[in-house]
Design a protein around this ligand. Sequence first.
Ligand SMILES: NC(=O)c1ccc[n+]([C@@H]2O[C@H](COP(=O)([O-])OP(=O)(O)OC[C@H]3O[C@@H](n4cnc5c(N)ncnc54)[C@H](OP(=O)(O)O)[C@@H]3O)[C@@H](O)[C@H]2O)c1
Length: 289
Amino acid sequence: MNKHITTYGIIGNPLKHTLSPVMHNTAFKKLNVDALYKPFPLQDDELDGFFEDLKKEDSPIFGLNVTVPYKEKVLKYMDSLTPLVEKLKAVNTIVINKKRKLTGYNTDAPGFLTHLTELGFDLSDKRIVILGAGGSARAILTTLCLIPERPQSIKIYNRTSSRLDHMLNEIREYVDVSIVEPAMSVDDLDIELADLLINTTSIGLNEEDPCLVDEELLHSNLLVYDLIYNPAKTTLLKMAEERGARIANGLGMLYYQGVLALQHWAEDVEISDQIKNDMRQALEKAAYV
Ligand SMILES: NC(=O)c1ccc[n+]([C@@H]2O[C@H](COP(=O)([O-])OP(=O)(O)OC[C@H]3O[C@@H](n4cnc5c(N)ncnc54)[C@H](OP(=O)(O)O)[C@@H]3O)[C@@H](O)[C@H]2O)c1
């Protein structure tokens, strides 16, 4: 590793298809800073050593993103956490200061919310349906319960109901979950009455994956948001579009979590709209062209 170039990167496994390097290296180039963003694919048993090295004075690394499967596992290496991370129990961005102290942030759910704002979707009083109870569902659900624009209701379904119960029990220790109602089946989600349907499951990653909900229930007053961005249109999004619903994939969320992460690393630097646009174009090109 070049000890002199200020280094940022992403840890996770696998990292073969990560789009974060292209987005952040575009920003560094446009900002004219001598910095490099690279993937660090790590095995579980390499985490301790990696974080030990990170604490050393001569480490060139000043910021990291964290992805699957380490968002929860890295908590123990942090010197401080933001109040949001204390509730989410997941870190996707790490800032390392000059004294080599590590602060854990989460920009995933804020990135999702920023994309919704861009789409002109106001969450106040809305009826929301969530599919899934994995890491991203937890971040989004917790955040939706915390925002001042309080949704009217959140119905949530997961294939493995025990995982959903466990997640809700943990979240309710920190957050008021009175608007949340777990559903025993997809049919109990009242999709026909909902304003926003969020897919946080990995169903849709393969083109031949089914649509998890009855397509007849999708309607023109609904925004269907799929966290998956590759393929650009999952079966769910295709069906929703056919039924006249508005659709969005998760590339916007990925983009905004990246912009927010960069802003944490470059606290004193103004990231202009032009640079943000360049980051987005580089991301879209890498994802779809
Ligand atoms: N756009 C972005 O920036 C962004 C950010 C984070 C994640 N994502 C995407 O979001 C998706 C989920 O990520 P995650 O980190 O939350 O994953 P995760 O923690 O592994 O959770 C996976 C979820 O998918 C469900 N699932 C898996 N196979 C299923 C099946 N055959 N039928 C029904 N449900 C199934 C799981 O249900 P069980 O509990 O029953 O297994 C669980 O709810 C991934 O596709 C990921 O790429 C996108």
